[in-house]
Each structure stands twice: as C-alpha cells, then as structure tokens.
Design a protein around this ligand. Sequence first.
Ligand code: G4P
Length: 332
Amino acid sequence: MAIQWFPGHMHVTKKAVLERAKDTDVVIELLDARLPGSSANPMLAEITQGIPTLKVLNKQDLADPESTAAWLAYYNAQPATQAIALDASELAPAQRLVAGCHILAPNRGGMAKPMRVLVCGIPNVGKSTLINTLKGKRAAKTGDEAGITRIEQRITIADDFYLYDTPGMLWPRIVVPESGYILAASGAIGRNAYDEEEVALELLANLRRHYLPLLQARYRLGSAESLADLDDATLLEEIGRKRGTLLGGGRVNLQKAAEIVIYEFRQGTLGRITLETPEEFTGWLAAGQAADAKRQAKKDARKKRGRGNADNVPTDTDAVDGPAADEENNAS
Ligand code: G4P
C-alpha cells in the first residue's frame, strides 16, 4: 500500500511562500542528499518557477559520496541552477551558499538592493540547522508538527543579505510511490502516516540492491549467495533474530526489527547511503506520472459518464479505481 501523508499546515505555508516568492532573488531549496529527487517538493518548483535556485544537498555526511557527486552533476547541468552538498552544521560550506547566491543573482547586493533569499525544504531536512549555522546562534526554531504554524521569519545574515525561512512543506499527493517509502524512511513524514514494517521492507529491498555488504556487516548476515534466496520479510526476520527482538516461542518481533533498521539508516549507523540515483528517480517519476495521468483520465471519463447519466448510477468500472484514490490524500 502506498504511503499517504497529512500535509498539515500546507495551505498556510504555500500562501506564505507564494507571497514571498514575488520579492525573492534566489531560492535555496534544501534537499536530503540521501534522497535528492524524492525530497524535492514538486509544488515548490511550481511556485518558484523562474527564480534562480540553489539546490543544497544537505546531510551529505550521511549520503554516499559517489551518488552525491552524480546528483550534483545532474543538478548543475540544469539552467539557472547551482547545486552544493554540505553538512548544515559546518560553517565554511554553509558560507559558500552566500557566494552561490551572488553568482545566481549578480545584480543584487549593497544596501539599496539587498539579496533576498527564500529557504525552503521538507520537514526535518535541516533548515533550522543551516540557518543557525549561518546566523551563528539559535535564530530559527521550527515547529513542523501539524497545527503549529510558523509564519515566515526574516534572518539578517549581513546588512545586504536576508534569508526568509519557511516552515517545512510536503505536497498533497504522492505521484511516485517509491518516494513515499523513501521519505518515510528518512524521517520526513509523521510516524502516524506509515507502517514501519512496510517501510522497513521497502528500505531493505532498496539496500540489498545497492548496499548489501553494509547490511551483511551491520547485522552479521550470511554470504550474498545465502541471502539471495531470502525474500525481504525473511531478511527482516533474520535481522530481528540477530538483534534479539524476540517474542515468546522464538517468534521475532518484526515491528521492533523494523524500527531498528529504520533508526540505524537514519542515524547513518549502517554507513553512508543514498537511496536513489538520478536515473532511478527519473524512471520512477516518469512511471508515477504516467500512472497518475491514467488515473486522471479514468476519473474524467467517470465524470463525463456521470453527467451523461441522469440517474448517476455507478457502473462496474467505477469500482476498479475507486474515487478515493484520486482525492487529495489526507489520511494520517
Ligand atoms: P528542519 O528545520 O528542516 O525541520 O530540520 P532541523 O534543522 O531541525 O534538522 C532535523 C534533524 O536533522 C536534526 O536532528 C538535525 O541535527 C539533523 N541535521 C540537520 N542537518 C544535518 C546534516 O547536515 N547532517 C546530519 N547528520 N544531520 C543533520 P535531531 O535534532 O537529532 O532531530 P531528529 O533527527 O531526531 O528529528
């Protein structure tokens, strides 16, 4: 089952970002270096279209350096875009952002034309950490839980350089199912929106494709040959057994095992890992968009039939792709 999330204060945030975008010289889009494609908010791209963008691949200390280099090359090849990878808690790389903004908007600077920079990103991506590093003290405190609304803050980095901070923003509908799992694994989505066991199984499937040696080393698993025949559920069970998450009768507590795998991925205990390459993500996106377009076409056809049918009686085919699947997903 694909993950659905509750976007919380999305509408308020979207309005604030839309308003601010009118007077923005550069957008700093914080991405998670372990999932650059999946952590990019498509809604943000729409809102900030035409504004030079600095893509910051944050948490690079947790990501696979080779993949980070591939993602940087991918983004730097895009027009009006600069990409930088960093660890938001380190000052020198964070200061490179200021230089990056001046490259993207060379006509801004000086008291008469201060640089106005909008900082955006999904929850937990590291916005507060980055702003605090740049500011040199605790300048921004976020409240990313649903219901806590933090209207934009202006942070003065220099007399002619302002940052506008926005609350973490997710988008209302997941088009790429793989991204839903990856975002959940990264910690960007509230715990109530997903099932840990399901996310751990998807995470394991991803990790065994690209980082099997890291899994073997961390959980003292057998040889690649002996693991090849195990399905993901059996692998999770095996990990639980190794880590002693046992219930009575020798059964494994899969929930606990799932929590361990997710936690250790998040903390970087498994090693430096990136869950998607530019090619993989591009493929997922194309498939997701095609499926979405198909769903939309079905929905439109149903609507058309409904209009042509005075009684509006549902037909058999209506049940195939239930209407709920197409609504903005607000399940939490
Ligand atoms: P946000 O404002 O975008 O929501 O994110 P915030 O700065 O609060 O950062 C979320 C978590 O990510 C924090 O961990 C923070 O220390 C960590 N973080 C931010 N940037 C980096 C980075 O470049 N590298 C690493 N390794 N971690 C980073 P936390 O306080 O432990 O929170 P949590 O992870 O337990 O939720």
